[in-house]
Ligand binder design. Structure first.
Ligand code: ADP
Length: 486
């Protein structure tokens, strides 16, 4: 199959979260299975310098954007057999310090930036000599693609490829003032309550949900959750209406990036049969964190955007209580200044037990995964979550709230001790998390049980090999279905 994927971030070119990891890994997995995957993404600052082997394509975009026109160039990079990346080069839009914002302030022209990007995606899928059988778009930044394609079909595009939309996080919808709709150059009838309009505002993700041929989200449980009022972020009604084409597919892990045996970020390799390396990684991590180097003290870690979704409030509450016991905690994160203050307070109260790093650090993230004993993910909601799956492979027992993909990927110690890979809790409050941490301390005090749990965690398999078939089924079902219509 020829699959064109479109995403505003793709690892290893750009990344703010799980979206980048997933798209990069899915494209690679498709190529490894013998399909032809091409990915289109903006050319952000610094990418060209990091990948000087990219080539300029003889192609120029000149597309209407509201009352004006916008131009861009196109670059390509052959990453591996069957995998090509296209970069949209519009320096005014994408050559900036951030991807979506600077400091904590979103770029004022994000509507222009990503509506233009969506138009480039449509243009490529229509005019590239290489014909995609499916266009796979990810999140609100390319949410308008299905509507734009449907419009072009009405204007004479005979046989457009079907569009699959994957929702990575329903909480981010790309909502803009109604005037931004003019930038789409779509006829007015797309701006209605069953289309791109949301309480008189433009909602890019909603447009995607309304017009995509198929919708997936990143775990089976989250697929069910988003059709309820509690998790639906105002779109549950539309999602219920589209439930027939909505499926949940758990993200896979790219174990070539996230592994403990061949990983340049780690202090020492380790594996199920050679766990001494994990101890070494813990000691080195404690050293660089400035914490007492002590094998017997359990080390807990979190790597996260500091956003409400991630359960920061209950984590701060639970840690304030639990840090009175024998434990250490490390955080790597960035986000809301208010939450950063909360963690700074923890450091002030427990200087010998807590270490925090604000910012983004790829190497440290691998070192934390490898050096910790437990990984905390107390999310309020979690579409899939990747860090708990990375933790499993690193033998770092995940402590997760039973929601979305966290519930789908971790087996709880109390519920099923013989198969367990982690610790789960259900209620969203600091007490429930503190109780889960207490359970972790009990597990830590029983080396045999801990070793068994680690072994099960490290051998559980969330590779794309397991997952890719589900995506191919989703692609195949609509391509067959579409062909029947013509
Ligand atoms: P989300 O996409 O909601 O942020 P996920 O768990 O799906 O959460 O994915 C988060 C990804 O981003 C993981 O690869 C994680 O290691 C990475 N990450 C998050 N914050 C940081 C950070 N401050 N430094 C390095 N990596 C980070």
């Amino acid at each position: 199959m020829n699959i064109l994927l479109a995403s505003s971030e793709v690892f290893p070119f750009s990344k703010t979260g799980g979206l980048a990891d997933m798209v990069g890994a899915l494209a690679r997995a498709l190529a490894n299975e013998g399909h032809e995957a091409r990915v289109v993404t903006p050319l952000y600052r610094g990418i060209q310098k990091k990948f000087p082997e990219m080539r300029r394509v003889d192609w120029h975009f000149d597309l209407p954007l509201g009352l004006g026109w916008a131009q861009a160039d196109l670059w390509e990079l052959d990453l591996e057999r069957g995998l090509k990346i296209y970069f949209i080069d519009h320096p005014g839009f994408y050559d900036r310090a951030g991807i979506y914002h600077e400091g904590n302030i979103s770029y004022a022209d994000n509507a222009e930036r990503f509506i233009f990007f969506s138009k480039c995606v449509v243009h490529l899928s229509r005019y590239l000599p290489w014909r995609p059988n499916v266009v796979h778009v990810h999140d609100w930044q390319v949410g308008l693609v299905p509507a734009l394609v449907s419009q072009q079909k009405q204007e004479g595009w005979g046989n457009p490829p079907p569009i699959v939309l994957t929702i990575h996080n329903l909480a981010y919808q790309g909502i803009f003032p109604a005037e931004a709709f003019a930038l789409t150059n779509l006829p007015k009838y797309y701006f209605h309550s069953d289309g791109a309009e949301f309480f008189s505002l433009l909602n890019c993700l909603k447009a995607g949900i309304a017009y995509a041929d198929s919708i997936t989200t990143v775990s089976p449980r989250y697929a069910r959750e988003i059709t309820t009022e509690e998790f639906g972020c105002g779109l549950d009604g539309l999602l219920r209406r589209r439930q027939r084409v909505l499926t949940g597919i758990l993200n896979g892990v790219d174990y070539t990036e996230w592994n403990t045996t061949k990983n340049p970020h780690l202090f020492k390799p380790y594996s199920v049969g050679r766990m001494a390396g994990k101890k070494f990684n813990k000691a080195e991590l404690q050293k660089i964190l400035g914490l007492p180097v002590a094998a017997e003290i359990p080390l807990f870690g979190t790597i996260s955007r500091l956003a409400e979704q991630k359960g920061v409030d209950i984590q701060l509450g639970a840690l304030a209580e639990m840090l009175n016991t024998k434990m250490q905690f490390v955080l790597l994160g960035s986000g809301s200044p208010e939450y950063e203050r909360g963690y700074r307070d923890l450091v002030r109260h427990f200087p010998n037990k807590v270490s925090v790093y604000f910012g983004y650090d790829e190497t440290l993230s691998h070192r934390i995964e490898a050096g910790c004993d437990f990984f905390l993910m107390p999310s309020r909601f979690e579409p899939c979550g990747l860090n708990q799956m990375y933790s499993l492979r690193y033998g770092t027992i995940p402590i997760v709230r039973a929601t979305g993909g966290l519930d789908d990927s971790v087996i709880d110690w109390t519920e099923n001790p013989k198969r367990s890979t982690g610790i789960k809790f259900a209620e969203y409050n600091p007490r429930a998390l503190a109780k889960a941490i207490r359970k972790a301390l009990v597990l830590y005090s029983q080396p045999k049980l801990l070793a068994d749990c680690r072994q099960r965690a490290m051998t559980s398999d969330f590779s794309w090999k397991q997952t890719i078939g589900h995506y191919l089924n989703a692609f195949n079902s609509i391509t067959t279905h579409k062909q029947e219509q013509y």
